[in-house]
Design a protein around this ligand. Structure first.
Ligand SMILES: [Mg+2]
Length: 313
């Protein structure tokens, strides 16, 4: 017989502090969204329009000799399907594609490498960040996460998640009178971060940051998305750090994981962690997972940086 799930799981007190940063496409879900590019036809020497999947794009995006964004409209046109519609009444492709991708997993298709880690993160009620090259508003991504919770978690797992969320609320926020499940879930999801780095609001925030304004000024076009991911990661690490300081959680081991299926991002984020983040947050352990190899169920651990002892806090 299985033990019934307690209304409040007070055992979360004994847990380590582990947080995750997830890329979305081909890391959490295989989305059907296509990127509009132009490909150089080797026979005729002409550039022809071609639609590529996100996993293909991750491989060809630096191959500028054979692939380029559409001559009319450039990168904005290339990623037209990756942003929210101008008119809110129009259907949102991200939401629609998320439903399609989730339905495929429900039907038995092999999930993306970090699908199960993301699911576990939610069931355990851990804070996470979604960091994607997409251009959606944070509220759109949060909506997709709710769809993930509805589809990927069983009723028992959702109950476990709620029990864990109440455990954290009692422990860290000293809450005794809990809201409805909906309210507690809203609170949890509001603590997480949803950064689509080509969203206008995100770009404005990045341009307003003195350090990143300078970095952007000297960056090449190709390195800008990676720089934006860096900024989003720093934002989340600072958020976690402040939250732990507020709740008195510093003084335990803290680990932050990052997973992405794009080798370029994995490399630049690993370098960024080693060069900057692990020095600035020397009590936090950082772990980077390369999930580009679909045959590996959780990806490959490529970078571990930082200490597990926390004398500085
Ligand atoms: Mg990806």
């Amino acid at each position: 017989m299985t033990r019934p799930i307690p209304y409040v799981n007070d055992d979360v007190v004994n847990r380590d502090f582990k947080y995750y940063i997830f890329d979305w496409d081909d890391n959490i879900l295989h989305m059907p969204t296509k990127i509009r590019m132009e490909h150089l036809d080797p026979e005729t020497g002409e550039w022809r329009p071609v639609e590529v999947s996100t996993s293909t794009f991750a491989l060809v995006r630096s191959d500028s000799a054979h692939y380029r964004p559409p001559s009319a409209g450039g990168w904005t046109e290339a990623f037209r399907n990756f942003a929210d519609p101008d008119n809110a009444a129009e259907p949102n492709r991200f939401i629609e594609d998320t439903l399609v991708a989730l339905a495929k997993v429900s039907a038995g298709e092999k999930p993306s490498p970090s699908y199960n880690t993301f699911k576990k993160t939610l069931v355990e009620g851990r804070i996470f960040a979604i960091v994607t090259a997409r251009g959606h508003a944070p509220s759109t991504i949060e909506k997709a996460v709710r769809l993930f919770i509805d589809s990927a978690l069983t009723p028992l797992e959702r109950e476990t998640m709620m029990s864990n969320l109440r455990g954290y609320r009692r422990w860290l926020d000293k809450v005794e009178k809990f809201g409805t499940d909906r309210e507690e879930l809203d609170y949890y999801l509001s603590m997480c971060r949803y950064s689509a780095v080509t969203y206008d609001g995100f770009k404005r925030r990045m341009a307003d940051d003195p350090i990143y304004r300078e970095k952007l000024a000297t960056a090449t076009t190709a390195s800008k998305p990676e720089l934006a991911k860096e900024f989003a990661i720093r934002d989340f690490v600072e958020h976690v750090f402040h939250m732990l300081r507020r709740t008195g959680g510093l003084g335990r081991s803290v680990a932050i994981g990052f997973s992405d299926d794009d080798k370029g991002n994995v490399k630049s984020v690993s370098n960024y962690i080693k060069a900057e983040l692990s020095r600035r947050f020397d009590g936090i352990k950082f772990v980077v997972y390369d999930t580009s190899d679909r045959t590996l169920s959780k990806g490959r651990k490529v970078c571990v940086s930082g200490q597990m002892n926390l004398p500085g806090f």
